[in-house]
Design a protein around this ligand. Structure first.
Ligand SMILES: [Zn+2]
Length: 270
């Protein structure tokens, strides 16, 4: 299931509009190509469960801590209360929270894997996301398995949880550091978008950092930076391609090649 933006002029049918080349494309072809535009290689945003399906060996995924849900430490309310907000997002996405973690296999190699989903409160990191990422890192350490975390997060820390959310940056970073000191292999995959507190903690601490083409990656978004420093930003700023050129990424990998590439890396490095 693709989660392209719903536009009034777009029938929920055979064709979808590509955000990259603006062309109308036959939906079935896009799906067959793992939700990548055949014309311009634009990578559509996809749901975390679909991404796991594309990446992992069939029926190999064992989800962990699937029922964990946040409490409401600040009694936060925007238009609705935080528990209501969470319930709305759960209904919309079919997810319990913004992160899924568990054990899986890539071409027969066992790994621990975590993923954040930008369709759930922008993939922001609250106490549940932080706790799940920390626990899966500790599991990887305990079972001496490689760790792969796929980030998709347009929000950083989750404001509804205030400082409890910010704490997760330190907690996940510390868990990753302990894992790496123990000799664990950590691969981070950055998808569109990877921003904020997720990017400023676990997502940028990997031994190998991979991104999908054209993914937006950074701390604050370009509009915020531009309004703050009152200067225009260089062309392509915060795209995966710009960051590869400036040494922040190790490689950019097309979605269709990701499984093969991960399998190769695991073979070399494990
Ligand atoms: Zn396109």
């Amino acid at each position: 299931m693709i989660f392209f933006r719903k536009k009034k002029d777009m029938p929920d049918g055979l064709w979808i509009r590509c955000d990259g080349c603006k062309g109308m494309i036959f939906k079935k072809i896009v799906e067959e190509r793992m939700f990548v535009c055949p014309e311009c290689n634009y990578h559509f945003r996809i749901f975390s469960r679909d991404r796991l399906k594309l990446l992992l060996d069939e029926n190999s995924f064992e989800e962990m801590w699937a029922t964990m849900v946040p409490c409401n430490p600040l009694n936060f309310k925007d238009r609705v209360t935080y528990p209501e907000r969470v319930a709305i997002e759960q209904e919309k996405t079919g997810l319990k929270e913004a992160a899924i973690v568990g054990k899986g296999m890539i071409n027969g190699r066992e790994i621990m894997i975590g993923i954040t989903d930008p369709s759930f409160i922008m993939g922001s990191m609250g106490s549940v996301v932080g706790e799940k990422i920390t626990r899966i890192t500790e599991k990887a350490m305990e079972q001496k398995l490689p760790l792969i975390i796929i980030s998709g997060s347009g929000g950083g820390a989750r404001m509804q949880e205030g400082v409890f959310s910010l704490m997760q940056m330190a907690k996940t970073s510390a868990a990753i550091a302990r894992f790496q000191e123990a000799g664990g292999l950590y691969i981070s995959i950055l998808t569109d978008p990877s921003l904020g507190g997720v990017m400023a903690s676990f997502a940028s601490l990997a031994d190998i950092t991979i991104a999908e083409p054209k993914a937006l990656i950074g701390f604050a978004g370009p509009r915020v930076i531009q309004e703050t420093i009152k200067r225009s930003l260089p062309k392509g700023f915060q795209t995966a391609e710009f960051l590869l050129e400036h040494g922040f990424l190790d490689m950019i990998v097309n979605r269709q090649d990701m499984k093969k590439e991960l399998s190769r890396l695991l073979g070399y490095l494990q």
